[in-house]
Write a protein that binds this ligand. Structure first.
Ligand SMILES: [Zn+2]
Length: 142
């Protein structure tokens, strides 16, 4: 079993669906971080079989909407003095702004840079979103 030094202060993003860790790592721009960051992939997990984990040795602001969109199953642990002081879970966001593109090629949000695409969740199971500009449906895909 792989062990990594525990972190005194920082954030652990746990229960990432195996394979999505790298995507989250990139989206959070952790490849550009100047503080210690660890990405663990394919860690044994009781609930998930295998999971990815990201450990960040710093306090950074996380975009919960984006995290929930990529992987609603993750949990976020905030660490202080070697202890978990806060546990947060994410969920598929009910509304998203600017993170995805409308699938309708004629939608105004794909042509006007001032029209920030905004979507509301229609179906949780398929990550189906409705565009506020054209009412077309867009599915979030990783
Ligand atoms: Zn649209």
């Amino acid at each position: 079993m792989l062990t990594v030094n525990s972190i005194k202060k920082g954030i652990v993003i746990d229960h990432i669906t195996s394979g999505k860790g790298l995507k989250i790592f990139e989206k959070l721009e952790l490849d550009k971080a100047d503080f210690p960051v660890v990405l663990l992939m394919n860690v044994e997990s009781n609930e998930l079989g295998k999971k990815d984990i990201i450990k960040i040795q710093d306090e950074i602001d996380l975009d919960f909407t984006m995290l929930g969109l990529i992987d609603p199953s993750i949990t976020i642990n905030v660490i202080k003095d070697d202890k978990i002081v806060e546990k947060k879970s994410v969920s598929l966001p009910g509304e998203i702004k600017g993170l995805i593109k409308c699938e309708n090629p004629r939608c105004v949000s794909n042509h006007d840079i001032y029209a920030i695409p905004t979507f509301s969740l229609v179906d949780k199971n398929t990550a189906k979103y409705k565009c506020s500009f054209c009412d077309d449906f867009t599915y979030y895909k990783l």
